[in-house]
Write a protein that binds this ligand. Structure first.
Ligand code: PMP
Length: 405
């Protein structure tokens, strides 16, 4: 077979990826990413190549993935609307179900209106691009999610980064920036790799001092922080408000999709200006039906939120008291810091052998000296499961010399 010049030019990129994958996953035993597993019904365990393992790297914070009420709602939506939304909302794809879902999102987010996108990624890219363009400035925390960073780049706005969770540095960045145009500050409510929380009251003060809008990404906050799981505003007592709230329907809410909530005026603007909303197919009916039911369960069953908060605090205490490095985590996301990328892979493999899945996060997602397993507690984990997980993580950590034997 002849290889075209086009492929020859691409070879260095393909080769670099192959080298990187081989260096970390040198043997089948060390395979830690993209492992296809089958979840057990009504349990936190999964089947991986015939081995029964406790999943500790899932995102279904409220334990609703597989919930029979959510599954029934997805099926009912398909019975009424079929499997696809058949196009973009503006032209062909808007269903009464989308409007019902948006009304429910607005209720949970305590805002006038909401808009749903096909993913959280699309919601971030679409929102940043609709609010900011050339001549405007976006200020992002160094650890903001990649979809925020990509949204900024696509928007054509000037992008300025400030140090992680450092409102004073944001203040200095705002002072030093071009005062004209829109100024938009974006933070994650809960940081997905560290499990720490943005300092909302201080950020709000700095934004107000500089006429800047404040937007939060609640992907890991909805269903997780705040007394009833409503996210960062509730976590800080409800008196500090953000201007734009955004999140995903793929974590605590067990579907796919993204959402933005805010004033009716803001949502109208996004409906007509956000490109991933205007030029990409609407949320599929089953996803919208599942998300709507899960949002209702979140409001009816706050004990799920309390369970996650209690058990994650307990697991974090057990692990840190035994000497594990868990960073600044205050939420269901707990990083188990191993050091280099290789050490994180070794630790993940040892954990799997000890009976738990904790997936590694390596560079460039985190610095090569702070590679880690990113674990998360969900409402699916019973108290006994958390004890099993703690024991397995510590046994593996002793084997890998992350803590003393
Ligand atoms: N924001 C944050 C903070 C996230 O962690 C993620 C997903 N990992 C997203 C946005 C994107 O959401 P989705 O998976 O729905 O595209």
């Amino acid at each position: 077979m002849t290889v075209s010049g086009g492929w020859t030019r691409l070879q260095p990129k393909l080769e670099a990826t192959r080298r990187r994958v081989r260096s970390l996953e040198s043997e089948p035993d060390r395979r830690n990413s993209f492992m296809p597993y089958t979840p057990e019904r009504d349990s936190a365990y999964v089947d991986l190549d015939g081995q029964r393992l406790l999943m500790m790297s899932g995102y279904s914070y409220l334990g609703l993935s597989g919930d029979e009420r959510v599954v029934a709602a997805a099926k009912a939506a398909m019975d009424v609307y079929g499997t696809g939304a058949h196009g973009v909302r503006a032209l062909a794809g808007s269903l009464p179900l989308h409007e019902e879902l948006e009304a429910e999102v607005a209720r949970v987010a305590e805002r006038e209106a909401a808009l749903v996108f096909s993913s959280g990624y699309a919601a971030n890219v679409g929102t940043v691009g609709a609010l900011c363009g050339p001549g405007d400035t976006v200020f992002i925390d160094k650890y903001d999610h990649a979809s925020i960073v990509d949204g900024c780049q696509l928007s054509g706005a000037t992008v300025t980064r400030f140090r992680h969770n450092d409102p004073d540095h944001l203040d200095r960045r705002l002072r030093a920036s071009d005062p004209s145009g829109v100024r938009l500050v974006i933070v994650d409510s809960v940081y997905s790799m560290d499990g720490d929380i943005a300092p909302l009251p201080e950020l709000r003060e700095v934004c107000d001092a500089h006429d800047a809008l404040l937007m939060v990404d609640e992907a890991h906050a909805l269903g997780v922080i705040g007394a009833t799981g409503k996210g960062i505003e509730e976590h800080f007592g409800g008196s500090v408000r953000v201007d734009v709230k955004l999140g995903t329907l793929s974590k605590a809410i067990p579907a796919t999709g993204g959402w933005v909530a805010g004033s009716a005026e803001l949502i109208e603007h996004l409906r007509y200006q956000a490109r991933p909303f205007l030029f990409s197919a609407a949320l599929a009916p089953a996803q919208a039906g599942a998300a709507l039911e899960a949002l209702r369960i979140l409001q009816r069953e706050p004990e799920r939120v309390a369970h996650v908060q209690r058990e994650s605090a307990r697991l974090r205490t057990i692990l840190t008291e035994a000497g594990m490095r868990t960073g600044q985590s205050e939420t269901a996301v707990i990083p188990l810091i191993a050091g280099s990328d290789e050490r994180a892979y070794d630790y993940a493999t040892a954990c799997r052998k000890a009976g738990v899945i904790g997936l590694p996060v390596v560079s460039p997602a985190v610095p090569n000296t702070l590679a880690r397993l990113r674990i998360a507690v969900t409402a699916r984990h019973s108290t006994a499961d958390i004890d099993v997980a703690a024991e397995a993580f510590l046994t593996a950590a002793r084997q890998c010399r992350l803590i003393e034997a």
